[in-house]
Design a protein around this ligand. Structure first.
Ligand SMILES: [Zn+2]
Length: 151
């Protein structure tokens, strides 16, 4: 038998934030509600894991960039999103850098799309979210050696 308890209530309980004791009691004893609460808990655990992995990948890339190219790239650690907004030093113009990287199989936007007629940002987005640490490390190695070869 189904039970018409609201999804919001189920979610609140799954997160341990439901104040109403009688309702909590129902959710823990009613067969159909219990199953839904369990489903939500599994979903929340999955999200937490994905977020942890995201933070791990982000910190991995940011750490390498700030240690290896401290005077060449200026960036902020993003709170969300799957890319780092990076401003390159004027001695490293992005269009030729992007060209060189392309020859080595690394795709980096040349950043021209972000410029206006009066402003050249020399900035672009460095993606990291969809790469494993191993893939990131390989791409960063190429980025770092290419940037260093340009001074
Ligand atoms: Zn119920």
């Amino acid at each position: 038998m189904g039970c018409d308890i609201d999804d919001d209530i189920i979610e609140l309980h799954a997160m341990g934030r439901l104040k109403d004791a009688a309702l909590r009691e129902h959710l823990d004893t009613c067969e159909s509600c219990r199953a839904r609460v369990e489903e939500y808990r599994a979903w929340i655990a999955l999200l937490k894991k994905a977020l942890q992995e995201y933070h791990r990948r982000r910190d991995f890339v940011c750490d390498i960039l700030s240690r290896q190219l401290p005077d060449k790239i200026d960036f902020k650690i993003p709170d969300g999103g799957l890319a780092i907004w990076a401003k390159f030093h004027s001695s490293i113009p992005l269009p030729p850098l992007a060209e060189k990287l392309k020859e080595k199989g690394i795709i980096l936007s040349n950043g021209l799309i972000h410029n206006t007629s009066s402003l050249s940002l020399n900035a672009t987005r460095i993606g990291f979210g969809w790469m494993t640490e191993k893939e990131s490390a390989k791409a960063l190695d190429i980025l770092i050696s290419t940037v260093r070869s340009m001074k």
